[in-house]
Design a protein around this ligand. Structure first.
Ligand SMILES: Cc1cc2nc3c(=O)[nH]c(=O)nc-3n(C[C@H](O)[C@H](O)[C@H](O)COP(=O)(O)O)c2cc1C
Length: 221
């Protein structure tokens, strides 16, 4: 399964089977986490036992309490941390999809019960539930390209496909509060229109956009 297929097949999954992730897959996830931590100056952690991460009534009600494992998104705190968590965390999410696993980003969890290491100067931003879903989830409503790109007409194929992939990105409460632009000099801009976890959303959206744009550019070579 390539990245594009992983993007298309990924949906948030909130109910998990009572099955542990096999050690080969755990190792692949940990290797990816190590790589993104180096590249993104992060301290993401795969926690094989989710423990009481989802012990709050709200997360239990949503089913997330069934997730066997969790990825704690931690990093040295600065103004770029949330976006970096989104950008690099989604790379791990897409690898998980390729490995046949399911995920759900979750802003609703028990912050004090996450069995993660948070060093001085670091902050725990969000978690990602991970395991084998009882289902593969399902497609949801999405904004149209025109709603997130001012003047999309005449934009190049790589840009339009990037936008299509960005619209498949998970965002908190499916808010999709972002805009993507292409300036005359070819620079792509991502604008956060605000909302809960919207900076994390923006990083996730950028990850999807780049995968889409790179896919078309490689075909055009
Ligand atoms: C930053 C962020 C926070 C989220 N928090 C929660 C959450 O607390 N509980 C939940 O059930 N889903 C949560 N989600 C999942 C979104 O509801 C989901 O991504 C969105 O509805 C789009 O659906 P999809 O992921 O299936 O494409 C979150 C997603 C993101 C990106």
């Amino acid at each position: 399964m390539d990245m594009i297929q992983a993007i298309r097949e990924r949906h948030s999954v909130r109910n998990y089977a009572d099955k542990k992730i096999e050690s080969e897959k755990t190792e692949a996830l940990m290797a990816k986490i190590h790589e993104v931590n180096e590249e993104g100056n992060l301290h993401l952690q795969f926690l094989e036992d989710a423990g009481k991460t989802f012990s709050r009534l709200l997360s239990k009600a949503m089913g997330l309490g069934t997730a066997p494992s969790v990825i704690a998104c931690v990093g040295p705190d600065d103004e770029t941390l949330e976006e970096r968590v989104g950008y690099y965390g989604e790379q791990v999410v897409l690898l998980a999809q390729q490995l046949g696993l399911n995920t759900c980003w979750a802003g609703t969890y028990s912050k004090n019960n996450v069995p993660a290491e948070v060093a001085p100067g670091e902050r725990l931003i969000i978690v990602i539930a991970i395991g084998y879903g009882k289902t593969q989830g399902s497609p949801r409503k999405s904004k149209t390209p025109e709603q997130v790109v001012p003047e999309i007409d005449g934009k190049p194929e790589w840009f339009r496909f990037g936008v299509e992939m960005a619209l498949l990105a998970p965002t908190a409460i499916n808010q999709q509060r972002f805009q993507i632009g292409l300036s005359e000099d070819g620079t792509v801009t991502f604008t956060d229109k605000g909302g809960v976890f919207s900076k994390v959303d923006l990083g996730i959206v950028r990850c999807h956009f780049e995968a889409g744009a790179a896919y078309i550019r490689a075909l055009e070579k």
